[in-house]
Design a protein. Sequence first.
Length: 147
Amino acid sequence: MAQPAAEEAQSRPVAQTVVNDQSALARLRGNSGITLQWINFTYSDGSAGARRGHVSVADRGNTVHISGVQFTADGEGYVSVTGDIAEIGSDYFILDGRIVISGAPDADRQCIKTGRSRFAITQNRRYWRMREFEWCDSLTDYIDIYF
């Protein structure tokens, strides 16, 4: 598979989102939220936990911008993504922005990533998953944006 053009350009400001697939962009605009696997939907006693987080998608000139966050049920921890989409194709997009994990799964955990991150659909799943899994520490993080 050919490398997307946006991955070659490391962290240059996004002047225009490269849209290689309009239907993928429509899926991103109509997304159904964000999750981090450490943020539970239910507690061990079966009571309700956190909900899927909200992701906003907006046009800023020629650039598609996203901003999303999911909070733990107690509101103390979260995952957030914000930034510009450098490129989007049928099964991937490249975010140029900031990803933060705070307080999940441990209260003192802080992870911040800036720059380019690839999200991709694999195995016909109904979400894009960030393809860098151990970018912060030795824990494997699954950050998913659903459609």
